[in-house]
Design a binder for this molecule. Structure first.
Ligand code: TYD
Ligand code: MG
Length: 474
C-alpha cells in the first residue's frame, strides 16, 4: 500500500510546503494554501495515457514537419487569427474568461464547424448532453435563418454527426472515451475547480495525450475574481496557448485575446459580437465600434489603439461636471484609472484646464478596455471637449502618449494606425512630431504634427479659439 502524507499547496503559484502558512513564501498570496493528500506512489503514473503513447525518437531537423503546413483550417477567421492561422495538431489550448462571457458558446460553435470535416469529442463536466444539444440546435437554427449574413458562422444544418458529446468528469473514463472515439479534436470543459495539483495533473495528462496522439485539445477554464484562470497560473505553463475571452457583460462585443501562444504572435485579438444566435465574427471592428457615434457632440474623441497587429478605432467619451460634495471624483471605464489621473493633472497644469473642482468621467464606447498610452491624447481631448463644450473635429483622430511635462511621445506602429483611420474616412490625424520616421505616412490623410498637449488641443477643436481663453459653459 502506498504511503500517504499531507502537504500544503498554494493555489496561486503551486508552491508546496510541509506545514500550513498564512502567506505563501513564493508569491506572497494570503490564505492561498490548501491541504492535499500525497500518495508516495503517484496514482496517475501514466496509466491513462499509456494506450496512446508513441515512442519518442530523435529526428533530423529537416525531417520534422513544421506546423505551418500542418495546421487544420478553422473556418472561423477571427478565431484562426488568434491561434496564429489555424489549429495546430497535437497542441493544447486553454481558453479562459468570466462566467457567462461565452466560452461554451464559442467552443460549441467551433466544434460544430469543425465536425463537418473532423471527428470532434466534446466533454463537459458542467452541462448535460441534452443541454448542449439544445444549445447546438439553437445555434444551428440561427445559422439557417441567417444565411444571408456573410459574417455569421456556424454549423451546417442538420447537426453534424461527427460531433460526439459526453458528460464526464473522471479523467480516466474520459481517456477511455478518447481511445474509443479517436477524435481529431477534443474539447474539455470542467467546472470542478479542483486544487492546483489536480488541475495541473489533469492538464499535463491532456498535454501528454495531445503530444503523443496528435489530437488538438481545447480546455475551457474559469477565471477567478482576481482575473486569473481558476486553479492557477501554473496551468498556463502547461499548455501551448492561452486565450482569454473578454468583454463587458452588458455589451455585445467579445474579444478573444491570446496571452500566450507557442504557435503564433501573442496579443492577437479576434472580435465577436454576441447575438441571439451565438457569436458572430466582427471582421471590421473599427466600423463596429464607431457605429453609434454622434458626430459633433462635445466630449467625444477618436483614438486608434493597437490590438495585436490590428489597429482599432474607438470612441472615447469624457464628461466633466462640477463637483458637488467637496472631493472631485474621477471615474474610468475602459481606461486605466491612474492614467486618467495623470492625464487630468497634465490637463490642469499644462493646458490650463481648471479641473480641480470637476468630476471627470471617461468611457470607452463598445466595452473595449484600452491599456495603451497611445490613447492618452484622445482621452485628454474628450475631457477638454466636454469641459469647454466644444466638439472635436469630426473627421480627426488623435494618437499619442502624454508625458508629465505636457509633451507628447510617439507610439509604435503609427503608419498602420494612420492607414486604418484613413480607411474609415478620417481626414485628419493629430500625432506627436516625429523626429525620425521609419516609413512615410499615408498621403490621403492630413497629419498634423504637434509637440505638446496644448498644441494638440488647439488642433483638435473645430473652432480655432485657444483653449486657454476660458470656457463657454460653467
Ligand atoms: P456561455 O457560453 O454559457 O458562457 P460561459 O461558458 O463563458 O460561461 O454563454 C452564456 C451567455 O451567452 C448567456 O448569458 C447567454 C448568451 N448567449 C447568447 O446571447 N446567444 C446565444 O446564442 C447563446 C448560446 C448564448
Ligand atoms: Mg460555460
Amino acid at each position: 500500500m502506498a504511503k500517504t502524507h499531507t502537504r500544503y499547496v498554494c493555489q496561486e503559484c503551486g508552491r508546496a510546503t510541509a506545514s500550513y502558512m498564512g502567506k505563501c513564501p513564493q508569491c506572497g498570496a494570503f490564505n492561498s494554501m490548501v491541504e492535499e493528500v500525497v500518495h508516495d506512489e503517484p496514482v496517475t503514473k501514466g496509466t491513462a495515457v499509456r494506450g496512446l503513447t508513441g515512442r519518442s525518437a530523435p529526428r533530423s531537423i529537416g525531417d520534422v514537419s513544421s506546423d505551418a503546413e500542418d495546421r487544420i483550417n478553422l473556418p472561423i477567421g477571427e478565431f484562426a487569427r488568434v491561434l496564429g492561422g489555424g489549429i495546430v495538431p497535437g497542441s493544447i489550448v486553454l481558453i479562459g474568461g468570466d462566467p457567462g462571457i461565452g466560452k461554451s458558446t464559442l467552443m460549441l460553435q467551433m466544434a460544430m464547424e469543425m465536425a463537418a470535416t473532423k471527428r470532434v469529442l466534446y466533454v463537459s463536466g458542467e452541462e448535460s448532453e441534452r443541454q448542449i444539444k439544445m444549445r447546438a440546435t439553437r445555434l444551428a437554427g440561427a445559422r439557417r435563418d441567417d444565411q444571408s449574413s456573410k459574417s455569421s458562422f456556424g454549423p451546417a444544418v442538420p447537426l453534424p454527426k461527427n460531433l460526439l458529446l459526453v458528460t464526464e468528469t473522471n479523467l480516466e473514463i474520459i481517456f477511455n472515451h478518447i481511445n474509443e472515439v479517436k477524435p481529431d479534436l477534443l474539447i474539455v470543459e470542467d467546472s470542478s475547480a479542483g486544487s492546483v495539483s489536480q488541475v495541473r495533473e489533469c492538464s499535463s495528462q491532456l498535454r501528454e495525450l495531445a503530444k503523443t496522439s496528435g489530437i488538438s485539445v481545447f480546455v475551457i477554464g474559469h477565471v477567478t475574481k482576481e482575473g486569473t484562470i481558476a486553479g492557477p497560473r501554473v496551468l498556463e505553463h502547461v499548455v501551448d496557448t492561452v486565450l482569454y475571452l473578454e468583454g463587458d457583460r452588458f455589451q455585445a462585443y467579445r474579444l478573444l485575446r491570446s496571452v500566450k501562444n507557442r504557435f503564433g504572435a501573442t496579443a492577437e485579438v479576434g472580435v465577436f459580437e454576441m447575438r441571439e444566435g451565438g457569436l458572430v465574427e466582427v471582421t471590421n471592428p473599427s466600423e463596429a465600434f464607431l457605429a453609434e457615434r454622434m458626430i459633433n457632440a462635445a466630449g467625444s474623441a477618436i483614438a486608434v489603439t493597437m490590438e495585436g497587429t490590428r489597429p482599432i478605432l474607438v470612441e472615447v467619451q469624457g464628461l466633466t461636471s462640477p463637483t458637488q460634495f467637496g472631493n472631485a471624483r474621477r471615474t474610468a471605464n475602459g481606461v486605466d484609472f491612474n492614467r486618467l489621473l495623470l492625464i487630468s493633472a497634465v490637463l490642469t497644469r499644462r493646458a490650463g484646464l481648471k479641473l480641480a473642482e470637476q468630476d471627470i468621467f471617461v468611457n470607452v464606447v463598445g466595452g473595449l478596455q484600452i491599456d495603451e498610452p497611445a490613447a492618452d491624447l484622445a482621452i485628454a481631448a474628450a475631457i477638454a471637449s466636454s469641459w469647454r463644450d466644444i466638439s472635436v473635429k469630426a473627421d480627426a483622430v488623435l494618437i499619442g502618449e502624454i508625458c508629465l511635462a505636457g509633451e507628447l511621445r510617439m507610439p509604435g506602429q503609427m503608419v498602420a494606425r494612420l492607414r486604418e483611420a484613413q480607411k474609415l474616412g478620417f481626414k485628419t490625424a493629430i500625432v506627436p512630431t516625429a523626429l525620425r520616421k521609419a516609413e512615410p505616412y499615408p498621403k490621403d490623410i492630413k497629419v498634423i504634427e504637434v509637440r505638446s498637449i496644448h498644441q494638440a488641443l488647439d488642433a483638435a477643436f473645430a473652432s480655432s479659439n485657444e483653449l486657454s481663453k476660458g470656457r463657454k459653459v460653467a
